[in-house]
Design a protein around this ligand. Structure first.
Ligand code: NDP
Ligand code: 2IT
Length: 455
């Protein structure tokens, strides 16, 4: 029996009627996967899709805690485990007021792609809470994390489920969660990743996403464009973690970074953001003098503009042709009119560092204009990949050097490229990376499920 997309979606909608984000994620993926199943007998009549969209377990729990004014607060905690066919559950915890079951199921769905594509034995899960860490004191964050872990610990083990961070959960929160777990179980294990270096964290963790993104772009240049790698002009958005380390790698390769931005300002520097200038930007962030416009006080040749994006470059630096755009700031930062501007700038490759930075309309423009487009689910997998490497180091009770982790990250990004190449070949494009990533994920998970029976 083959699948019909419309009929299958109706079934999923009936069972998840109040979960728009999850339904959107499923629909997007079915576009590539259903034709693939319909062409491959091996995957037919096994209810694979029906099983893949149904979680193994959904857990929701109460998180009571006491704020600094001695008032009792109650939040909702979640943990969604979908399928453990290829390894322990692995993924981030998000603390944000928007967190609900639909958002976590959508994020899980996307996490699965990244995890499967890394080729490491990790399956996706997502967890978190509607707790809002903004404006909370350190003490309140710690109290919340401790209460959250008092429930979460029942469900996680080093070979079962290993959380990391996501929005609202960074090194500080991971430290508090780790200590509480250790106190409850009286056991020092790699139960969380993104830990501090002092207690089992991995080197290259902060760099992983930005570096991994640029490693992927190198593969595209080498294999698709057969390019000489000289003097590439690059637009980068954002100026925090992902953007800074993407810029660092780009500069190391001798390419030219022309822009960086924050949520209010963009700087356009026709004399390039070199190593020294990037250090200045890093320092701005570290000192909490965090507006990118401070740059202009030091580097007077640059232009800074409010409410503009790197993709507006042609308005400020004429006679320039861009080779590569790396959106590293936020979701939906490239809408259709931005995509048109990118086309005009001459861009040849768009590779995503942020989660979901291009809208569907923008992606259609890339396709129409034959721009090589690498979606985030393939190009920002460096993040969770280094989490996987942290788990390995923890089980070995050993720490690899920076060089060793970096080398492994590079190999993983090359492997993701190869998987997209195998499954994403397309008549109009040399490689359709969206299709490639979707099918590579499906094949890996479906084969593992088929081998393990009715799971
Ligand atoms: P941040 O969220 O701290 O950085 C975001 C950067 O983008 C900041 O410079 C921020 O500026 C800027 N920004 C935010 N909103 C806008 C906007 N509307 N327009 C322009 N710039 C904006 O963290 P990260 O660097 O860690 O994350 C960036 C993206 O990458 C996110 O989508 C994240 O989910 C994704 N990601 C991050 C990974 C990681 O390893 N950290 C891994 C994989 C994906 P401002 O200071 O003004 O807020
Ligand atoms: O979206 C992501 O890849 C993450 N939040 C990272 C998850 C992890 O386990 O490192």
């Amino acid at each position: 029996m083959t699948y019909n997309k419309k009929d299958f979606l109706e079934i999923v909608e009936k069972r998840n009627s109040n979960q728009p984000e999850f339904l959107q994620a499923v629909e997007e993926v079915l576009e590539d996967i259903i034709p693939f199943i319909n062409e491959n007998k091996k995957y037919q009549n096994k209810a694979l899709l029906e099983r893949m969209v149904e979680p193994e377990r959904v857990i929701s729990f109460r998180v009571p805690w006491l704020n600094d004014n001695w008032q009792i607060q109650v939040n909702r905690g979640f943990r969604i485990e979908f399928n453990s066919a290829i390894g322990p559950y692995k993924g981030g915890l998000r603390f944000h007021p928007s967190v609900n079951e639909s958002i976590l199921k959508f994020l899980w769905f996307e996490q699965v792609f990244k995890n499967a594509l890394t080729t490491l034995p990790m399956w996706g899960w997502k967890g978190g809470s509607d707790f809002d860490p903004k404006w909370k004191s350190d003490n309140e964050i710690m109290k919340f994390c401790q209460s959250f872990m008092i429930e979460l610990y029942r469900h996680i083990w080093p070979n079962t489920d290993v959380p990391a961070g996501d929005i609202g959960v960074w090194a500080r929160e991971i430290g508090y969660l780790f200590w509480q777990y250790k106190r409850i179980r009286n056991e020092f294990t790699g139960i969380l990743t993104w830990k501090g270096l002092e207690f089992g964290g991995s080197l290259i963790r902060p760099e992983a996403t930005g570096y991994g993104l640029v490693y992927f772009v190198e593969e595209v240049l080498k294999n698709i464009l057969n390019d000489n790698f000289i003097d590439k002009k690059v637009l980068i958005s954002g100026s925090w973690n992902v953007a800074q380390f993407a810029a660092e790698k780009v500069i190391e390769l001798g390419w030219k970074v022309l822009t960086m931005s924050d949520s209010s300002w963009t700087i356009y520097d026709k004399c390039w953001i070199n190593k020294e200038k990037l250090e200045f930007i890093k320092e701005l962030k570290n000192n909490k003098r965090w507006r990118i416009k401070e740059y202009i006080k030091e580097y007077k040749d640059a232009i800074f503009v409010e409410n503009k994006k790197p993709w507006d470059i042609k308005e400020y630096i004429k006679n320039i042709n861009i080779d590569i755009a790396l959106p590293c700031a936020t979701q939906n930062e490239i809408i259709d009119k931005d995509a048109k501007k990118l086309v005009k700038s001459g861009v040849k490759i768009i590779a995503e560092g942020a989660n979901m930075p291009s809208t569907p309309e923008a992606i259609n423009i890339y396709k129409k204009e034959n721009i090589i487009y690498v979606p985030w689910k393939a190009s920002n997998a460096g993040w969770v990949a280094v989490s996987g490497l942290e788990m390995t180091q923890n089980s070995l009770k050993y720490s690899w050097t920076k060089e060793k982790v970096d080398e492994k990250l590079k190999t993983i990004m090359k492997d993701i490229y190869k998987q997209c190449q195998i499954y994403g070949k397309n008549k109009e494009w040399k490689i359709d990376f969206v299709k490639g990533a979707n099918i590579a994920w499906f094949v890996k998970v479906a084969d593992a499920m088929l081998a393990q029976g009715i799971v």
